[in-house]
Design a protein around this ligand. Structure first.
Ligand code: ADP
Ligand code: MG
Length: 199
């Protein structure tokens, strides 16, 4: 079983949306659960609607009482939670979504600092930054990627665009419940990059 934690101390960067979408994507071939560690409880409140995805509590993940699962995705709160070091310590992969802005890129430094402490203790921990809610074909995306590449954490080549189908995810389950082929391709490609990094 592998654990992916989606973290960023800011709200509104797409953590919960990516948690749902990656969970649905992986659930195509794996037994997947999401652990909602955000007190806002967005994913927990959707649990009855999430077909094929379990919502588990963090304690059962920490106690490894989730052995019948292949993958757990942990959604985290929109602040620098004191629990992040504990979550990073049990994770196989940390995904940090950021909007494609210079101020946004600067704002992930605190999360990266915690991540690097965890990586120093455990070299097997993998991580990636993903640009989220990007305007496709904007030259800004590459400029921000260049800035992020200096942080010492790989930047995913896949970017998640700003698209209505992502906003509808809580209603459709995920972009896989929509007709938005481009969004499906993005999420599938991001999931593949994560799985490849884990191998
Ligand atoms: P976080 O969990 O980091 O606070 P959310 O996933 O709740 O962020 O997303 C914040 C807002 O942005 C929500 O209204 C959500 O619907 C919207 N959103 C998230 N990802 C996208 C996207 N790729 N395209 C358009 N809107 C998005
Ligand atoms: Mg959230």
């Amino acid at each position: 079983m592998f654990i992916i934690t989606i973290a960023h101390q800011k709200g509104g960067v797409g953590k919960t949306t990516l948690s749902l979408n990656l969970a649905y994507c992986l659930a195509d071939s794996l037994r997947v659960a999401v652990a909602d560690t955000d007190p806002q409880g967005s994913i927990s409140s959707l649990s009855s609607m999430l077909a094929g995805i379990q919502v588990v509590d963090l304690d059962s993940v920490l106690k490894r009482e989730v052995a019948d699962l292949d993958a757990v995705i942990i959604d985290t709160p929109p602040y620098l939670s004191s629990r992040l070091p504990e979550l990073f310590a049990i994770s196989d992969y940390v995904l940090i979504p950021t909007k494609a802005g210079f101020l946004d890129a600067m704002a992930i430094k605190a999360t990266i600092a915690l991540l690097q402490q965890a990586m120093a203790k455990r070299s097997a921990l993998k991580a990636g930054i993903v640009l989220s809610m990007v305007l496709p074909q904007s030259t800004l995306n590459d400029e921000v990627k260049t800035m992020l590449s200096e942080y010492g954490v790989p930047v995913h080549s896949t970017m998640i665009s700003q698209r209505v189908s992502y906003v509808r995810s809580p209603v459709t389950g995920s972009v896989f419940g929509s007709a938005d082929q481009r969004a499906k391709t993005e999420v599938t490609s991001l999931a593949s990059e994560i799985i490849e990094a884990l191998q």
